[in-house]
Design a protein around this ligand. Structure first.
Ligand code: C2E
Ligand code: CA
Ligand code: CA
Ligand code: CA
Length: 280
């Protein structure tokens, strides 16, 4: 927010200090919580728009702070990235998600989702040996490389070199790569040529627009063409209504994810989602 001209600079500085202190405290709490087991992983279904089948799940971390209760990952992931804890936390998340996914495969056989999607931050990607850590987790849990989808953001890859090398190395090992929040970061289209990508996750902000009065589905329409043209799979994020789901299917989207199909929970229902008929 813009400061009024009369606001003394000291107030501004004090606010910044307070902010830095709060982040530091939160960082220390993250450390304790990692040791105390205050984190869990929840799973949100990713659904095939033609069949209603749950084809995949995205793993999302949850933190129950001992005093503050639920803290949003949008608030603590950046702190964990800054203080480096995301490396250890992220490894725990991936191991937990792969272990759970292996259990579902064993229990459900053919009706289990085909892959598990795990978010990986820039800091993890640039950690030397990260691809070996992932390979070790797949080995330990018995999850095949092709059943793991690693979600990275454009911004994480924007820094270049090391992160892109890691993505290439994961891809060579047979792990699939998704570009998360697609369309909201830097240099989206150029990145698609520089990095081996399998899945485009089209950001919720574009999905929201398709049913807003006065707006059109120009971007989601363009992105499905880019995706198809490059032989990628598109997943629309943040689908909250049947109308949006219907529209996306008509545009040619294969898969979607959002509250309309299911919220992230510890044990999702893997029965097919009832689809409403497409408009005629
Ligand atoms: P994201 O990767 O883009 O994840 C999608 C977010 O949208 C999730 O929020 C999910 O709960 C929420 N969402 C899903 N469907 C809908 C919908 O229909 N409507 C609305 N309004 N929201 C929906 P969440 O779990 O709070 O995570 C927020 C962000 O925090 C994630 O965005 C991701 O950037 C980060 N994050 C979450 N879990 C992890 C993790 O395990 N590792 C890392 N590195 N980052 C994570
Ligand atoms: Ca994601
Ligand atoms: Ca996303
Ligand atoms: Ca996001």
């Amino acid at each position: 927010a813009a400061k009024s001209s009369g606001t003394p600079l000291v107030v501004h500085t004090a606010e910044l200090d307070e902010c830095a202190e709060a982040a530091e405290r939160l960082g220390a709490d993250l450390r304790h919580s990692l040791d105390d087991g205050d984190f869990t992983v929840v799973y949100q279904p990713i659904v095939a728009l033609r069949t209603g089948r749950v084809v995949a799940v995205e793993a999302l971390v949850r933190w129950t702070h001992p005093i503050r209760g639920q803290v949003s990952p949008a608030d603590f992931i950046p702190v964990a990235e800054d203080n480096g804890l995301i490396v250890e936390l992220g490894e725990w998340i991936m191991r937990t998600a792969c272990r759970q996914f292996a259990r579902w495969r064993a229990e459900l056989g053919d009706t289990a989702p085909q892959y598990v999607s795990v978010n990986v931050s820039a800091r993890q990607l640039s950690e030397p040996g990260f691809p070996d850590v992932v390979a070790g987790i797949l080995m330990d849990t018995g999850v095949p490389a092709a059943a793991l989808l690693v979600e990275v953001t454009e911004t994480a890859l924007f820094g270049g070199g090391v992160a892109i090398d890691a993505v290439e190395s994961l891809h060579r090992a047979g792990i699939r790569i998704a570009l998360d929040d697609f369309g909201t970061g830097h240099s989206s289209l150029g990145l698609l040529r520089a990095v081996p990508v399998d899945v485009l996750k089209v950001d919720k902000s574009f999905v929201d627009e398709i049913t807003e009065p006065g707006r059109q589905a120009v971007i989601v329409d363009a992105l499905i063409h880019v995706s198809n043209g490059l032989g990628l799979r598109a997943v629309a994020e943040g689908v909250e209504t049947a109308e949006q789901a219907d529209y996306l299917r008509e545009l040619g989207y294969d898969c979607a994810q959002g509250w309309h199909f299911g919220r992230p929970v510890a044990q999702p229902d893997f029965g097919a989602v009832a689809l409403i008929p497409a408009r005629t």
